[in-house]
Design a protein around this ligand. Structure first.
Ligand code: NAD
Ligand code: UGA
Length: 431
């Protein structure tokens, strides 16, 4: 099939590369010229494991190409995926201006039947506005088109695996013709296909992300109770997760969820629900608990150090999660900002996110490995669950630190082991 993808970000690039990998001819379009030039040189503008091989393979085979012309996307693809950003506005709603811009141009350039598919995460009823906008800008009003919704569920860090072997594929359609084309595209992926109307598909995405965020806040709230009661949240989560109705995933207590998606998608879901007439107070509480998880961790740091000003704090991990260099809405970065504002000497290390962190984290020093970061430190913070941090030499770390204090925001280490090595060790929801 001939496919166009508009927006070459984490989702668009992955979508384009995966369809090309399945044998389709794909053009991926972005209005950021610099990004397109980078991609044309076969360089991926962000870190995603395995992405460069998939991309290079498909560029070399001639199936994947790039352009900065939206007209190319409209001319070339029978299926046109929109995967531009939907960031939050100052008041929390999804900023749909990128989607609107793209839909205007699609209308302008459309000359024959196409299916235009929302891949970006959008509030319910965006599909209706997308259709209206395209219609309004159509030069030839007799040209037919369909709008569809096909939300994306990939996670950064495991995007290829998630996109190539999804748990399910959701297709929201309003015509049998669009359904047939999308089924043909997705059947080779071998995953269950859920076909719904467009509004339900849009809601599946917001509801799924909100539910996952709710699981995280739930376990973070349980962690707070565990701390007061002297219980162990990891054991509680393990015991809960073995119930197949609950499941073991997204029950890791820590410093709260971050990233470019959960925080903004919850805000947008709360906002659209309120606009429709339903105040989704449960999700407001989820957000509150999430902020509280970060603040509680900050309080633990202050409790250990007493005065933060002038203290050398070693921070291991800056990305919002492991296996990515993405620091958008990263909780480690938020914590680092508070500590540097309070006058700490923050020395940070991350395997992949130092370049991206430098842009947003002023006043910190960046180390080239964990041992350099901890040298002379008053405490070490473990903030992102990179595998590299599992295998640290703690005898060496202890010998390098001024004071052997570790605060673990991801419950990565065994408290008994670290205490036996002479560390003062504090984690989340564990005695
Ligand atoms: P991103 O910011 O990384 O990429 C968006 C891209 O769209 C940018 O490269 C930007 O230059 C481009 N763009 C903006 N306006 C354009 C225009 N008019 N024409 C062409 N290109 C344009 O965003 P992302 O992380 O890929 O997310 C995209 C959407 O997918 C969001 O709605 C997000 O919520 C959703 N989503 C993201 C993930 C994820 O893991 N990042 C997963 C699932 C869904
Ligand atoms: C999330 C969803 O998992 C994807 O399905 C979805 O497609 C994506 O958002 C999106 O819509 O953009 P992502 O943000 O890449 O993916 O990362 P997650 O693995 O979900 O982690 C999100 C945050 O929750 C991270 O800060 C992570 O550290 C935190 N988290 C996750 C926890 O604190 N505990 C957990 O048990 C799991």
């Amino acid at each position: 099939m001939k496919i166009s993808v508009i927006g070459a970000g984490h989702v668009g690039l992955m979508t384009a590369a995966c369809f090309a990998e399945k044998g389709h001819r794909v053009v991926c379009v972005d209005n950021n010229r610099e990004k397109i030039e980078t991609l044309m040189k076969k360089q991926v503008p962000f870190y995603e494991p395995g992405m460069d091989e998939v991309m290079t393979r498909n560029i070399d085979s001639g199936r994947l190409s790039f352009s900065h012309s939206l007209k190319d996307a409209v001319d070339q693809g029978d299926l046109i995926f929109i995967s531009v950003g939907t960031p939050p506005t100052a008041t929390g709603e999804a900023d749909l201006s990128y989607i609107e811009n793209v839909s205007r141009d699609i209308g302008k350039y459309l000359t024959s039947y196409r299916v235009i598919i929302e891949k970006s995460t959008v509030p319910v009823r965006t599909g209706e506005r997308l259709r209206e906008t395209i219609l309004k800008h159509l030069q030839n009003k007799s040209v037919e088109f369909d709008v569809a919704s096909n939300p994306e569920f990939l996670r950064e860090g495991s995007a290829i695996q998630d996109a190539m072997k999804p748990d399910r594929i959701v297709i929201g359609v309003s015509s049998p013709r669009a359904e047939k084309m999308l089924r043909e595209l997705y059947e080779p992926f071998g995953a269950p296909i859920v076909v719904t109307d467009i509004k339900s598909a849009e809601l599946i995405k917001h509801a799924s992300n909100s539910f996952l965020a709710m699981k995280i806040s739930f376990i973070n709230a349980v962690a707070s109770v565990c701390e007061l009661a002297g219980a162990n949240v990891d054991d509680v989560a393990r015991g809960m997760g073995m119930d197949s109705r609950i499941g073991p995933h997204f029950l890791n207590a820590g410093i709260g969820y971050g990233g470019s998606c959960f925080p903004k998608d919850l805000e947008a879901f709360v906002a659209i629900s309120k606009m429709l007439g339903y105040p989704f107070t449960l999700l407001e509480e989820v957000q509150k608990i999430n902020a509280d998880a970060r603040d509680r961790f900050l309080k633990k740091i202050e409790h250990e150090l007493w005065v933060v000003k002038g203290k050398h704090i070693a921070m291991l991990g800056l990305a919002f999660k492991s296996d990515t260099d993405d620091v958008r809405n990263s909780v480690p970065i938020e914590i680092a900002q508070v500590l540097t504002q309070k006058g700490a000497k923050l020395v940070a290390y991350d395997p992949k996110a130092i370049t991206t962190a430098r842009e947003v984290l002023k006043g910190a020093v960046f180390a080239s490995d964990p041992y350099e970061a901890v040298t002379g430190a008053d405490c070490m913070l473990l903030m992102t669950e990179w595998n590299e941090f599992r295998k640290l030499d703690f005898d060496r770390i202890k010998s390098l630190m001024a004071h052997p204090v570790i605060l673990d925001g991801r419950n990565m280490y065994d408290p008994a082991v670290l205490r036996s090595k002479g560390f003062q060790y504090i984690s989340v929801g564990r005695p």
